[in-house]
Design a protein. Structure first.
Length: 469
């Protein structure tokens, strides 16, 4: 797989480029390169942006042909599990390699940026037991299907994903032993935000609405990994969520909760702010946030017009350079280097492993929240430096208060039996068919400012920042 030639009229330096167009490509792609610049220059700013937004019409046959060799990407959960129950490492590698390949070589660059954004937003570690197999389907049917579509539709599909049901423990949410993990994440991280207008009682009531939401293969002999509602595990009592009375009716109660949250003005504000920080800068202008909120509410959560507004010439051309300057994650530094140097590659395994050593693969664990506003730009480690500001994901524990059923045991972490893949540790056991020594620590979340590698100043600013001036 290769890049197209640059062309005969390449600029001699950044000073000869259209700076606003250059800024657009810095923010809308996984790394600036000259072929993209000249293509956008020929089309014009607005036409190129619309072309990227209409991603389904873009010819990406070269990438599609390469991904055809990865059968796991198109399998459903039962097939993935039964086929690769003893070879989960292949499932993990193929998803990681596919995402890296798309980031570097796909012509649908803006789409890939938004896929990564929503993957972070609905964060699931692929190394969490059954997520080894289920995460692939979650990305295909929840994230990729709606990445530039409808946020409410993505939100409605997420709690029915076996990967999400397992990762946030709702598979074990039962009347009389309410599991609050998914309900809390739904309110805090997926919709209203940590400062949203809800109480602990709202968390409990939302959790009650989702009792009985699980997946097949755990309590029955059906093929594993398909959404299932177990009515005998559901709490049919009346609930009140954010002042809305929800009568006991079964699976529709959870769907009502999703509709309440998807249309809430605070959700519109939270999603608008987070998206602007992802695509524009750490501190986006408040008037932009206000416009995005109105777009969200007037279009019932349509993503495409929000992205169009953030990346419009009126916004990128007027905001100050310091507002639209962002430091890149290690993943983006790697993709930027590959794209800037136009490196052809048919095997990205070594690069995938190196990203794990950097602590920043795409699917192996939660990434730093892109919505986080930091007082100064983070400096990422680039060659094995360890993060000294990490915290653990809270685990399931036995007993009351919505943290699992009494007596539930945690399983030891597992190394996947595949250290050759460089995939790190699994937070709650590897699942059946996996061998390997237990890890000494749970899966970590990276949280911000990291030690600077000595060679970092030698890297061009274009590779380290999204909008170097």
């Amino acid at each position: 797989m290769t890049f197209p030639p640059v062309g005969a009229h390449s600029p001699t330096g950044p000073g000869s480029m259209d700076q606003v167009l250059r800024s657009l490509l810095n923010h809308a792609t996984q790394g600036f390169n000259l072929p993209d610049y000249w293509e956008a220059k020929g089309m014009g700013y607005d036409a190129w942006l619309e072309w990227q937004l209409d991603y389904e019409a873009i010819d990406d046959s070269a990438v599609d042909s390469a991904l055809a060799y990865y059968p796991t990407l198109t399998m459903n959960n039962p097939t993935l599990y039964t086929t690769y129950v003893n070879d989960a490492a292949t499932v993990v590698y193929e998803l990681q390699d596919a995402n890296l390949r798309r980031s570097i070589y796909s012509r649908k660059q803006l789409y890939e940026r938004m896929v990564e954004f929503w993957t972070d937003h609905f964060s699931i570690s692929q190394l969490d037991d059954y997520c080894l197999w289920f995460k692939t389907r979650d990305e295909a049917r929840v994230i990729r299907k709606h990445a530039l579509g409808s946020f409410p539709e993505m939100l409605r599909n997420s709690p029915k994903s076996a990967a999400m049901l397992w990762y946030l423990d709702n598979w074990n949410n039962q009347a009389g032993a309410v599991q609050e993990n998914y309900a809390r994440e739904l309110l805090e991280l997926h919709t209203l935000g940590v400062d949203g207008p809800y109480t602990q009682q709202d968390v409990v009531e939302v959790a009650r609405c989702f009792t009985g939401w699980t997946f097949t293969g755990l309590y029955d002999s059906q093929p594993i990994g398909l959404f299932s509602f177990k009515g005998n595990y559901h709490d049919y009592g009346q609930k009140t969520v954010l002042g809305n009375v929800i009568n006991g009716s079964g699976v529709s109660e959870g769907e009502q909760v999703i509709d309440i949250l998807a249309t809430h003005p605070k959700t519109a504000e939270f999603i608008s702010t987070k998206m602007a920080r992802w695509l524009l800068g750490y501190e986006p202008p408040q008037d932009l946030i206000d416009r995005l909120v109105q777009i969200y509410l007037s279009t019932q959560g349509s993503i495409k017009p929000m992205v169009r507004e953030i990346l419009s010439m009126e916004v990128l051309g007027k905001v100050k350079p310091e507002v639209r300057t962002k430091f890149k994650r290690p993943y983006h530094v790697i993709t930027s280097i590959m794209r800037a140097a136009r490196v052809p590659s048919s095997n990205l395994l070594a690069l995938t492993i190196e990203l794990q050593r950097l602590g920043h693969g795409r699917e192996v664990g939660p990434q730093p929240a892109p919505a986080l506003a930091v007082p100064f730009p983070p400096v990422w480690r680039l060659c094995g430096w360890r993060d000294h500001r990490q915290h653990r994901r809270h685990h399931r524990t036995g007993g009351p208060n919505g943290h699992g059923s009494a007596g539930q045991q945690l399983r030891p972490a597992d190394r996947l039996g595949a250290d050759r893949w460089g995939l790190g540790s699994c937070p709650r056991g590897g699942g059946p068919g996996l061998q390997g020594r237990p890890s000494q620590q749970a899966q970590r979340r990276s949280s911000g400012v990291l030690r600077a590698p000595r060679f970092q100043p030698q890297l061009p600013a274009l590779l380290l920042r999204r909008n170097p001036e």
